[in-house]
Write a protein that binds this ligand. Structure first.
Ligand SMILES: NC(=O)c1ccc[n+]([C@@H]2O[C@H](COP(=O)([O-])OP(=O)(O)OC[C@H]3O[C@@H](n4cnc5c(N)ncnc54)[C@H](OP(=O)(O)O)[C@@H]3O)[C@@H](O)[C@H]2O)c1
Length: 292
């Protein structure tokens, strides 16, 4: 089997990706603060912002493809710590693209729907970016820089993701479930829309990007546009949790450090055309029942 390097294996997406990718690849995953074990996957602790450590990793592993999911992925943290988050979100990403370019190997980067301001959805790959938070700006800088260093990079813009938590990193639904199981009220935005997908669908999309030799931008959104409130209702229905405890709220009711886009729904027709097939949200959540 060929060697695939997955950065951020301890994170929500990286962990889900490693579980699935190990069926076809010899996977090496990296972590930093949170050591994890995944049967059949080699895991290494690497500070990706340390260029020498990163270069050594490539020398030691000799990957034939790289999927770079490691990031400071929390927009509020990025807003409050712009320099610290820049180092992993931008500088490390550019260095990874350079190292992939040196070896002429596939390089897949996980960007975000938050490169858009959310005023003109649904967004296609041809639409101009318009970030409104530092996180969104950093992802734009990484996208541009990586494509400059290595034009063959596949930039996969990910939507909001949900699914099975890694032992150390969950998705946005784990806190929802905890609150509802505790019988407490959960207030969710009725004015924030996304096109969510499961970690497993995201994994399929990222592996497809390697298989189809995708170059440049690719949107990996789901097929349904939903508000956080609509999503929460569906989740509660499927997991048989008390729906009456889900209340409505609006973005303006919850002040946060990073400005929030109202609707960053992605138009993912380009990905659908090459075989990316997200299931309906109902099917995705039914498949996760008993595992989340
Ligand atoms: N989750 C979403 O809904 C969503 C939506 C759109 C885009 N994305 C993008 O998708 C990717 C994966 O997101 P996620 O939610 O899985 O992220 P996550 O759970 O926050 O995981 C982040 C990963 O990055 C690693 N990491 C952070 N800083 C590092 C550093 N300096 N050196 C080495 N590793 C470092 C973490 O390692 P340790 O924890 O071990 O330190 C962890 O494995 C990110 O690029 C994110 O921006 C996510």
């Amino acid at each position: 089997m060929q060697k695939l390097l997955v950065t951020g294996a301890s994170g929500f997406l990286g962990w889900n990706l490693c579980q699935q990718a190990r069926q076809k690849w010899d996977v090496c995953g990296t972590y930093l603060a949170h050591a994890v074990e995944i049967p059949g996957v080699t895991l290494l602790k690497v500070e990706l912002t340390d260029f020498h450590a990163l270069k050594q990793l490539f020398t030691d592993i000799q990957p034939v493809a790289v999927i770079h999911t490691a990031a400071q992925s929390k927009p509020n943290f990025c807003q409050e710590h712009p320099d610290e988050s820049y180092a992993i979100n931008v500088t490390a990403s550019l260095n990874i693209a350079r190292l992939c370019s040196d070896r002429a190997i596939p390089c897949v980067f996980t960007s975000t729907d938050l490169v858009f301001n959310g005023l003109n959805p649904p967004y296609r790959e041809t639409d101009p970016v318009s970030p409104i938070s530092y996180y969104g700006e950093q992802k734009v800088l990484a996208e541009r820089g990586m494509l400059e260093c290595y034009p063959k990079t596949a930039i996969c813009r990910m939507p909001l993701m949900f699914g099975v938590a890694s032992p150390v990193a969950g998705s946005f639904i784990q806190p929802f479930i905890e609150i509802l199981k505790a019988g407490k009220e959960l207030s969710l935005f009725t004015d924030e829309f996304r096109t969510p997908i499961s970690g497993s669908t995201a994994t399929n999309g990222l592996l497809l990007a390697i298989e189809k030799k995708v170059v440049g931008l690719l949107h990996l959104g789901g097929k349904e546009r939903v508000s956080r409130y609509q999503f929460g209702r569906l989740l509660a229905e499927i997991l048989e949790l008390p729906q009456e405890n889900i209340k409505t709220c609006q973005q303006k009711d919850v002040p946060m450090s990073a400005p929030r886009s109202p609707d960053t729904s992605l138009d993912s027709s380009k990905a659908f055309a090459i075989g990316y097939q997200p299931r309906s949200l109902r099917e995705e959540l039914e498949a996760l029942k008993g595992r989340i």
